[in-house]
Design a protein around this ligand. Sequence first.
Ligand SMILES: C[C@H](CCC[C@H](C)C(=O)SCCNC(=O)CCNC(=O)[C@H](O)C(C)(C)COP(=O)(O)OP(=O)(O)OC[C@H]1O[C@@H](n2cnc3c(N)ncnc32)[C@H](O)[C@@H]1OP(=O)(O)O)[C@H]1CC[C@H]2[C@@H]3[C@H](O)C[C@@H]4C[C@H](O)CC[C@]4(C)[C@H]3C[C@H](O)[C@]12C
Length: 382
Amino acid sequence: MALAGVRVIELAGLAPVPFCGMILADFGAKVIRVDRTKVAMALDTQARGKRSVALNLKSPEGVAVLKRLCVQSDVILEPFRKGVMEKLGLGPEELLKENPGLIYARLTGYGQSGSYAKAAGHDINYLAMSGLLSMLGRSHDKPYAPLNLVADFAGGGLTCAFGVVLALLERTRSGRGQVIDATMVEGAAYVSSFVWKSRRIGMWNNPRGENLLDSGAPFYDTYQTSDGKYVAVGAIEPQFYTQLIHGLGLDAAKLPPQMSFTDWPELKKIFTKQFATKSQEEWACVFDGTDACVTPVLSMDEVISHPHNQERASFHRDAEGEVTPNPAPVLSRTPANVCLDRDPIIGEHTRPVLEEFGFKPTEVDQLLSAGVIECNSARARL
Ligand SMILES: C[C@H](CCC[C@H](C)C(=O)SCCNC(=O)CCNC(=O)[C@H](O)C(C)(C)COP(=O)(O)OP(=O)(O)OC[C@H]1O[C@@H](n2cnc3c(N)ncnc32)[C@H](O)[C@@H]1OP(=O)(O)O)[C@H]1CC[C@H]2[C@@H]3[C@H](O)C[C@@H]4C[C@H](O)CC[C@]4(C)[C@H]3C[C@H](O)[C@]12C
């Protein structure tokens, strides 16, 4: 796999860093998640392919253990607010001194500088600070955050993983590591560059929810079908819009022009009435195989059985039988390989990992009896 042989130390965090670690693990990196001790259960729902070491970083011995792991690793991912790692004596200065090739990825909401740097926050806060949240939501409604996807994951974990890969590539030339200051405000804004850059062509001149791609346009929205399900319509170009009108059984001559903004509310009412006359399945029979850009809004459990997704094997069932997306993108020669084992128990791999990194069994025993580490067995927890 593309990241085979890359060793990553992931300090346990809430969601963005776990997602970054999962991406790296999916594509072949050896990811060791460092968990706190005395924690009942792992909150990392994106733990596949990782191993867990339980380590108390509030002890000098624990800090020494982490330093020894980082000396032999390529990447460290840290999810804490500014200054926490420095307080532990694990800041970039210390770790890069001992391992100049280390890639030190710091994924925060607000970054390692700026007045908000030490403030707590979550996806919605970062999305708000990025400017993008002001653009999200239906007409005459308040701004709406699309789950915690844009800042936590698109602009957070995924962008950080991209930064790690960039730094790994650069290190092949320079032999040197570096610090990645990944912030979710900037990541969310960056992945939304299209929105920023398309203002000049008038894409967003209307109030929130009344533009082409933000549910304002009748041909770019969702509609309820007779069985209470929904279809998604994305017929933007005129040649696709023509097929939409045909599939709906409407007479284009009797409708206002597609791009007549002021007629969009009226056109939306016509489409709403029309889509309510058939079930989702019946509309699929009408539109599948056409370029009308009409697709069923599938639930998270339906996706795995849709023929197209099945043909591509885009989803799998994990160890718990849950439908789960496969990694993306698909590399032709070195594709990702999803670990289908159950998620690690906290501290399940402390001993084997430490011994793999050169700790003598007696050293591990001493760390264990001093409470610096925890070695938990899966059997004991199940
Ligand atoms: C699933 C829910 C989360 C969804 C995602 C959410 C929407 C997000 O947006 S996540 C993104 C959050 N922001 C960032 O990641 C930006 C960077 N990080 C931060 O800003 C901060 O970390 C913080 C604000 C997120 C948290 O601040 P906090 O003060 O808690 O921590 P830090 O300042 O970073 O310092 C860390 C301290 O920890 C010490 N540490 C670290 N590792 C170790 C170690 N190995 N040993 C010893 N000590 C360690 C470190 O030294 C620091 O110490 P100091 O402070 O002294 O310096 C989930 C959101 C909420 C969850 C629920 C909630 O937690 C309550 C329940 C808890 C229960 O245990 C489980 C069930 C819960 C219901 C839980 C369930 C889910 O997880 C949540 C809903």
